[in-house]
Structures are given as C-alpha cells and as structure tokens.
Design a protein around this ligand. Structure first.
Ligand SMILES: Cc1cc2nc3c(=O)[nH]c(=O)nc-3n(C[C@H](O)[C@H](O)[C@H](O)COP(=O)(O)OP(=O)(O)OC[C@H]3O[C@@H](n4cnc5c(N)ncnc54)[C@H](O)[C@@H]3O)c2cc1C
Length: 468
C-alpha cells in the first residue's frame, strides 16, 4: 500500500491549494478527485464558467445598448449561445489543465476516483472502471465541497427546473426565467440570461436582494437590475411548489399575507444555497462528527474530532467562497507543518459579479448597530467619478464605515464598476487597521474607479470629499 504524509480528498480551490502548500512544505502529498476534471465546483461549474458567461453576455448587452452611443455602428448583434457556451468550456478546460500542471509541478500524486475512509489512516479509492485501490495516509484533509440544495416541494428535473450547474449549459435563451433565491448565484446567472433577452423574475423569501450583505447594496442592486435588465421581484414570497409540464414551469408561492401567487415561465432556476457534500465518505467508520446542518465539525485549527483528520472549504462552517476555501487550505497545511498561521474571517471579502458589481468586507451597518458600536459613515457615488462617466458606469457608490472615536475602518461596501477588484484595497487597509484618514491621504491614480474609495474615506473621516 502506497504511503503518504497527507491526503486531500477533493480537488476544488480548498483541496488543490491545500495539496500544493503541503507539497511546498515537504510533505509527501496525494489528492483524490472523483471527477475526471480537477478544480471542483469553482473551476468546473462555479466561479470560472459563470464569470465566462457573465463576460460574454455583458459584451452582447453593451453591443446592443451602448455601442451606438460610443460611436460604434454594428448591424443588430445576434446571440450564438452554442458558441458562447463553447467558449466558456474552453476557459474551463484551460483552468482545469492548469491545475493538473500544478499537481505535476509540485509532485503531488493524483488519484481519480471516489475516496472514502476505511479507518483513520486508510483511504479507499473507488475508480470509474470499478477498480479499487487503498492508500495509507498519516493525515487527511476533507475538502469535498458542496452541491446545490433545493426546497421541499421542488424536484430538480435538470431540464426545466434547474440548478446553477444546468444554467451554465443551456441550449437556448429562456423566454422567462423564474429565479428562486435573490442571492449571489441567482442574480449572476439571472443577469446572464436577462442580458441575452430573457425576462427574469426573482422570487425571494426575504425582503430584498443579497440579504446577508449591507442593506444599502441590495437596495441599489435591486434598482439597477430593474432599470437596466427589467428584473421583476417577488419579495417576502415563500415558494410552495414548482411544477414542470412540457415547456412550461409553474412556480407557486405564498406572499407575506398568505395570498397564493402563481408564476409561469419556461425555466426555473433554483438557487437557494448549497449543502455540504459528504456522501459515501465513510465518516461513520472513523467517527468524524457533523453539525446539525450536515457540515463537518472543526475546531479553531480546522481539525475534526478525529486528531489526524482536518476539513476545509464549503464542507465546513462559514461563507461558501472559493477564496475562503483557499485560505483554509493554506492554514491547515501550515498548521500541520507546525507553523502558526492565521485567518481573519471578518476580512474575507464577498463579491457579486453582476453589473454593477457588488463587493463588501468587514462589518455591515446592520451588524454595527446590533453590536451597539458607535460608527460614522462616508460615501461617494460613481456618478461623481470622472472615470465612471468616461465608461458610462455611473450607478452605485462606495460606502465606508469607520469607528467614531478612532477612525479605524470597520467595513467597506461597494456597488459599481470593477468593485470586485477594488475591494482588495479595503482588505489591505483593514488588515493593517488603517483609519479612514490614512486612506484619504494616499494618492489614488486619476482617473480611476479607486478614487471613489479615497473620496468615501474623506467623507467618513471629516465630511470633506473634494469632488462632490
Ligand atoms: C455558479 C457558482 C458560481 C460561484 N461563483 C463564485 C465566485 O465567483 N467566487 C467565489 O469565491 N465562489 C464562488 N462560488 C462558490 C465556490 O465555487 C465554492 O465556494 C468553492 O468551489 C468551494 O471550494 P471547495 O474546495 O470547498 O469545494 P468544491 O469546489 O466543491 O470541490 C470539492 C471537490 O471534491 C470532490 N469530491 C467530493 N467528494 C469526494 C470524494 N468522496 N472523493 C473524491 N472527490 C470528492 C468533488 O467532486 C469536487 O471536485 C460559486 C459557486 C457556484 C455554484
């Protein structure tokens, strides 16, 4: 039986990053992936393909709606969805091949097959051809990720009632897509098809979009998606059932007064979150505990209740984000090597890749109020930004929350052009415990979208923005 210092089960961003860091630290490392393609949800059916389609659909939208204003004349652009999906597949393949290259470069042994515990140091790999192999591993990292979840009364038929996975591979642009869930995934994929011509209706149990982020962001996003893409909203609606018949889907819901509402469309995208995935992992054989929501329980060092088994990423508590999983992969590898790494979960940014983009880090205003913290706010709208006017991206704003007494930045919430990239400045600032004045006194290149961060900090620190 081949022996390893550490084995990682699952090759998503948590798993493959953990494997690379283990190998860099001198451990003999194996990684097990049940699918032929490496990279997990993120590379195959998550972050990368969704961003590929978001980019393509944004080009189409701009060609139809903005090119003429820019002085570019094109004869009625048409969508070739087959080509759009094909390009997306190419982007995924490049990324997936990149991971295989990184495994080779770092001398990590890759096993293709379903991994499961035989005991706490023996793992069996069931291969696609029916063959089985066992390996021995001193330590194991569970990085098996998550799968789309659904609601009672909804059967995902993968044709008309679909999850994000099928939405990345549609063969036609829906006429009317009903999106259940006003969170990140539903809004991103809803945007893709709305830009390509679909009518999109969002049915959400809560009273607004992206309900876990700062409320101001959800409100602005709601306004802009309605204005630009015609999004229709059904807030405070509890979905009670979805029925697909031929090419029609009927979504039934109760509004907040208990009144029954029925919506008809040709596709229903169920994007109500994801569930941790530990199916057939043999956790019962080793006694690894799960919490009430089926997540692998870990301590502050990401170690399970079994001393040589760790867990990271979507399968444990916390935000289901690729970069959170990556941080945890590095954290566990370094912990195993006797180092003392650190993750500040409050400083893991959250991003929505709609247009305008939404990005956030640190505390929301709602959280600060709940904590009874005294804070001040500063904000700056993109309509006052020269750079945003040049690109006609004037929706949105940057909002900075700072401690009332010390001026330390406590949270930054952005909606606007390229804020997914801009949020990095806020993370650096908060990691080094910068005050709003620190950022306000730093030079920001002109004209850039990042000037909004400087101006919002000027506003927060002393109510003295320059350009408004
Ligand atoms: C449509 C969509 C868009 C998203 N966009 C973003 C985004 O823009 N930014 C962001 O940060 N996050 C995004 N996410 C979330 C992100 O994809 C996940 O947070 C991330 O992939 C979690 O990484 P992970 O390593 O924990 O698990 P996963 O990526 O889910 O990987 C787990 C891997 O383990 C394998 N596996 C499971 N069980 C076994 C077993 N027993 N044996 C062998 N292999 C096994 C699975 O096949 C899978 O490959 C998106 C998700 C979706 C669905």
């Amino acid at each position: 039986m081949e022996k390893f210092d550490v084995t990682v089960i699952g090759s998503g961003p948590g798993g493959y990053v953990a494997a690379i860091r283990c190998a860099q630290l001198g451990m003999k490392t194996a990684i097990i992936e049940k699918y032929p393609a490496m990279g997990g949800t993120c590379l195959n059916v998550g972050c990368i393909p969704s961003k590929a389609l978001l980019d393509s659909s944004e080009h189409f939208y701009n060609a139809v709606n903005h090119f003429a204003e820019h002085g570019i004349e094109v004869k009625s652009p048409k969508v070739n969805l087959t080509q759009m999906i094909e390009r997306k597949r190419g982007v995924v393949k490049l990324s997936v091949d990149g991971i295989s290259y990184l495994m080779k470069k770092n001398k990590i042994t890759v096993f293709n097959g379903h991994g499961s515990f035989v005991n706490k140091t023996t793992i069996e790999i069931a291969k696609a051809d029916g063959g089985k192999e066992q390996i021995e591993s001193a330590k194991t990292i569970i990085a098996t990720g998550s799968k789309p979840s659904t609601l009672p009364g909804i059967t995902i038929d993968k044709k008309r009632v679909i999850t994000s996975t099928e939405a990345l591979e549609l063969s036609e642009v829906p006429k009317h897509m009903i999106v259940i869930g006003g969170g990140v995934i539903g809004l991103e994929l809803g945007s893709v098809y709305a830009r390509l011509g679909a009518k999109v209706s969002v049915v959400e149990f809560m009273d607004g979009l992206i309900p876990t982020m700062d409320k101001g962001l959800g409100k602005e996003l709601q306004r802009v998606l309605k204005k630009n893409l015609g999004f229709e909203y059904y807030f405070n609606h509890k979905v009670t059932g979805v029925v697909a018949k031929g090419k029609e889907v009927t979504v039934s819901a109760d509004d907040k007064n208990g009144k029954k509402v029925e919506l008809k469309g040709d596709y229903c995208l169920v994007s109500v979150g994801r569930r941790p995935y530990t199916d057939n992992l043999g956790l019962d054989k080793v006694g690894v505990k799960l919490d009430a929501r089926g997540k692998v329980e870990v301590d502050e060092h990401l170690r399970t209740n079994v001393d040589n088994i760790y867990a990271i990423g979507d399968v444990i508590k916390g935000a289901m984000l690729a970069h959170k999983a990556e941080e945890e992969g590095v954290y566990v590898a370094e912990t195993m090597a006797g180092q003392k790494p650190h993750i500040d979960y409050n400083l893991i940014p959250g991003v929505v890749y709609t247009w305008p983009e939404v990005a956030s880090v640190g505390y929301t205003e709602e959280q600060l109020k709940e904590q009874g913290k005294k804070y001040k706010t500063g904000s700056f709208p993109f309509k006052a930004s020269g750079r945003a006017r040049a690109s006609m991206d004037t929706d949105g704003f940057v909002k900075v929350l700072a401690d009332e007494a010390t001026d330390e930045i406590l949270g930054v919430h952005m909606i606007g052009p390229r804020v997914a990239d801009m949020i990095a400045e806020a993370v650096v600032a908060m990691e080094y415990r910068a005050s709003a004045e620190d950022i306000a006194r730093m030079s920001h290149a002109h004209p850039t979208f990042t000037e909004n961060m400087k101006e919002a900090c000027l506003d927060a620190t002393a109510k003295r923005p320059i350009h408004i």
